[in-house]
Design a protein around this ligand. Structure first.
Ligand code: NAD
Length: 481
């Protein structure tokens, strides 16, 4: 594959699209800057209507052969794909910590192994997805999971490698072909994924990457009537736009969106454990969709909880995400910094009290101190809206019922955290209206489990069988007895 390569932190990476097994350059490009120090990393191709069309045609051309293979025949390709990701582990780590500001330690120990598992686990699980027979008096039903066709995958900048593979794994294992539109603020690991797929010998057109902006390239992709599924992770406003565009073609969408998840600390919680986990919400500078961002703490333990969490927060290492010891890195973009600080300023002007943080951090232009605000009303903007930065809120409650009411009192419903005596916390957790909630823990993810949000946090579920239900056409072959 010849291509014009960028050198990003010693890693050679293509700024071009990957269409039909070839690198394709764009006349039009956009600048990519690092969130760490704003240096120019390179110029990335902006996908035109012709690039989107070529990628869809390549995916359509590859579909018959790829979809006709059995899951067992596809599995070696996907296992090799994962191995090729593994061979480039260090490069993936360096690229995503440079373009997205993701912690190098998190990339090395969490994201890259998980990206490999996203491919191998679904390849294996596809083998177990047997055609399910249903026998009645009248007929024998063979319920098939047929691949749907060309899948459009759109991912956000906060976890590009993890989320792209989370969708690619099941989509490809089910026999679909894919066109991925990576996030324009962090496009590099998705480009390297194409190198891994190429080296693994994935047939040309099975996996395509078209770089570019959301409103330009992304919009063209999701509006195309040849697309069979749209799998999107990102913000609510974009999701509404995509749902309308895909809806015009009656194309099913899976929408994994933002959150304003409650972090409940009951009166009988282990305060120190809860506080230690609480400080983890600042990892990735709070740019984590599933983080608990609204602390709801029983009024009798609130002072002790605040003191314990402050202790953990003061010890957080803020700095360069490329350093193994760093725990809080930069915010992705200067526009996002302004947005985050705007939320804080308006909250303070409205009477909020800053428990800690509330301002820029001197490490760099795109760093904001871990922040906690209190003295808030449920209707306040900062309680109701996703900030997507290192800014948390704290409210107190006097009873379980009040905690549940506050927890459920936003339009979001992605996740949650509930600390307390296990049976008590489990009971409270059951009443919180979200797609998932962790009891006395945070971040445990199992690929067999469903993942997704309710209310404004999303439509549909991915993970385990749910991914296959979305990426497949389910067909009933009825054979009379
Ligand atoms: P975003 O919606 O701005 O962009 C996401 C992707 O959509 C990008 O690739 C972008 O280029 C593309 N896009 C934008 N407009 C488009 C259009 N009209 N048509 C097609 N594609 C378009 O979101 P973001 O700022 O990149 O990401 C942050 C958001 O993602 C937050 O709300 C966060 O909570 C959410 N998120 C959710 C999950 C989850 O699993 N639920 C995971 C991570 C992030």
């Amino acid at each position: 594959m010849t291509t014009n390569l960028l050198d990003v932190a010693g890693v050679a990476v293509s700024p071009d699209h990957y269409i039909g097994g070839q690198r394709v350059a764009s006349a039009q490009t956009f600048e990519l800057h690092s969130p760490i120090d704003q240096r120019l990393l390179g110029h990335i191709g902006e996908g035109s209507a012709e690039h989107v069309d070529a990628a869809i045609r390549a995916a359509q051309a590859a579909f018959p052969a790829w979809s006709r293979m059995t899951a067992a025949e596809r599995k070696p390709y996907l296992d090799r794909f994962a191995q090729e990701i593994g061979k480039r582990a260090d490069d993936f780590c360096r690229l995503e910590s440079n373009d997205a500001g993701v912690l190098l330690s998190r990339m090395r120990h969490g994201v890259v192994p998980r990206a490999m598992l996203n491919i191998t686990w679904f390849a294996q699980h596809a083998l177990e997805l047997q055609d399910r027979p249903i026998d009645t008096e009248q007929a024998h039903h063979i319920v098939r999971h047929d691949p749907a066709g060309v899948v459009a995958i759109i991912t956000p900048w906060n976890a590009p490698l993890m989320l792209s593979t989370w969708k690619l794994g099941p989509a490809l294992a089910a026999g679909n072909t894919c066109v991925l539109k990576p996030p324009e603020w962090a496009p590099l690991t998705c480009s390297l994924l194409a190198d891994a797929a190429h080296a693994a010998g994935l047939p040309p057109g099975v996996f395509n990457v078209v770089q570019g902006s959301g409103a330009g390239t992304g919009a063209k992709l999701v509006s195309d009537a040849r697309i069979a599924r749209v799998s999107f992770t990102g913000s609510v406003p974009t999701a509404k736009w995509i749902a309308q565009a895909a809806g015009a073609n009656l194309v099913p969408c899976s929408l994994e969106l933002g959150g304003k998840s409650p972090f409940i600390v009951l009166e009988d919680a282990d305060i120190d454990n809860a506080a230690a986990t609480g400080a983890l919400m600042y990892r990735n500078a709070g740019q984590v969709c599933l983080a608990g961002t609204r602390f709801l703490v029983h009024e009798k333990i609130a002072d002790r909880f605040v003191a314990a969490m402050r202790d953990y927060v003061e010890r957080l290492v803020i700095g360069d995400p490329r350093e193994e010891s760093t725990e809080v890195g930069p915010i992705i973009h200067s526009r996002q910094v302004e947005r985050v600080l705007g939320f804080v300023e308006r909250a303070v002007a409205g009477g909020a009290q800053v428990l800690w943080g509330g301002e820029r951090h001197p490490f760099g232009a795109q760093y904001v101190r871990p922040t906690m605000l209190t003295n808030l009303k449920q209707s306040d903007e900062i309680v109701q809206n996703e900030v997507f930065g290192p800014v948390l809120t704290l409210q107190t409650f006097a009873s379980d019922d009040e905690a549940i009411e506050l927890a459920n009192g936003t339009d979001y419903g992605l996740g949650g955290v509930c600390y307390g005596e296990t049976a008590h916390a489990t009971e409270v957790a059951q009443s919180v209206r979200t797609g998932f909630i962790w009891v006395n823990s945070f971040g445990i993810r199992d690929l067999a489990a469903p993942f997704g949000g309710i209310k404004r946090s999303g439509v549909g579920r991915e993970g385990g069988d749910w991914s296959f239900e979305f990426f497949c056409d389910i067909k009933d072959v009825v054979v009379p007895k």
